[in-house]
Design a protein around this ligand. Structure first.
Ligand code: PMV
Length: 324
């Protein structure tokens, strides 16, 4: 049996503005998806059911790309620590861990760029050809990742990801951000509203807003500046400044109409014991996150508000071979 795992992610800066070419920063979180694969009789299986492209589009596309359709049948088991459909990247973590398991089965090296590429293509194939590489790159590389439409001097450039989308060829530059040793005393508290809001609807809402009010494009540009300033502050361990920028990012997202009363309430509560807080991901529900050196207090306050909570360091290991 081969077992692999990959982390979920939380977006620290740049959700929505990344769709318009601005940089985004994501952090791998300490909650993982684990994939185990072992030979079986009959047909390929996933969690006890036959593997099916309708039910499991990512996994079928990965199996075909990595091993080919005729590879001997295996049974795949998935275990996840993540709230699903909450914007924490559970499907990308499954794709990255699944890809690593299939590469390992066929004795191919676990090359990070290859895993990020296969996983990104699998995600795109399952989403009508459109997917940004933020989730799959963070699940693969771990740590803290910066995605931009150009090479950024603020971070370590790793590779270029491109994708043929219905709108034409798109290209992203993927970087990793080195965090200072002081980051080990700082925590992210992720609070889940329990509200499921589809990312596509929220992205569409922002597109409509920008088309009706083109002057809002200046807020998108400011979100890009906030993300770049956030990387600079993070790199030198200035968490007070990172927190202020998170607060500003939340206000800008509110201005785009992607927050909701539950998120605003949890953000407000979390700010009392943290450096800053904002919604994370597409919004409309899903999750918020706070940067804090008092994780127990922040988590308890959010739980009192009925949120489900996850406490994580800033970054977690990327795709990992647990049992070869
Ligand atoms: O789907 P989520 O919650 O991981 O976040 C989506 C991030 C957006 O910027 C809103 C959309 C995108 O494709 O980048």
């Amino acid at each position: 049996m081969v077992t692999t795992s990959a982390p979920g992610k939380a977006i620290l800066f740049g959700e929505h503005s990344v769709v318009y070419g601005e940089p985004a920063v994501a952090v791998a979180i300490d909650a993982r998806v684990e994939v185990s694969v072992e030979p079986c009789d009959g047909v390929w299986k996933m969690d006890g059911l036959s593997l099916d492209s309708g039910r499991h589009p990512h996994v079928v596309s990965l199996r075909n790309a990595v091993l080919g359709e005729d590879f001997q049948p295996h049974a795949i088991q998935v275990r996840s620590d993540l709230f699903s459909a909450a914007g924490l990247g559970s499907s990308a973590a499954l794709s990255a861990a699944g890809c690593a398991a299939l590469l390992s089965l066929s004795s191919q090296p676990l090359d990070e760029e290859k895993i990020a590429t296969f996983a990104h293509h699998a995600e795109a194939q399952a989403q009508e050809g459109r997917a940004s590489p933020i989730d799959t790159s963070t699940a693969t590389l771990g740590g803290c990742v910066l995605v931009s439409n150009k090479r950024e001097e603020l971070a370590n450039w790793k590779y270029t990801r491109n994708l043929e989308t219905p709108e034409g060829e798109r290209e992203w530059e993927i970087h990793s951000i080195n965090l200072p040793s002081s980051a080990s005393d700082i925590w992210l508290v992720v609070g889940y509203t329990g509200i499921h809001a589809p990312t596509t609807d929220l992205v569409k809402g922002v597109a409509e807003l920008l088309s009706n009010k083109p002057e809002k494009m200046s807020d998108i540009a400011r979100m890009g500046e906030v993300a770049r300033n956030g990387v600079s502050a993070l790199s030198v361990g200035d968490y007070i400044e990172v927190g202020k920028l998170m607060d500003e990012a939340h206000q800008l997202l509110v201005g785009l109409g992607v927050s909701c009363p539950e998120l605003d309430d949890m953000v407000e509560v979390a700010r009392r014991t943290s450096f800053g807080a904002k919604l994370t991901g597409a919004g409309g529900g899903g999750c918020m996150l706070a940067l804090t050196d008092k994780p127990d207090e922040t988590a308890a306050a959010l739980e009192m508000r009925g949120g489900r909570v996850l406490v994580t360091p800033l970054g977690a290991p990327g795709v990992t071979l647990e049992k070869p």
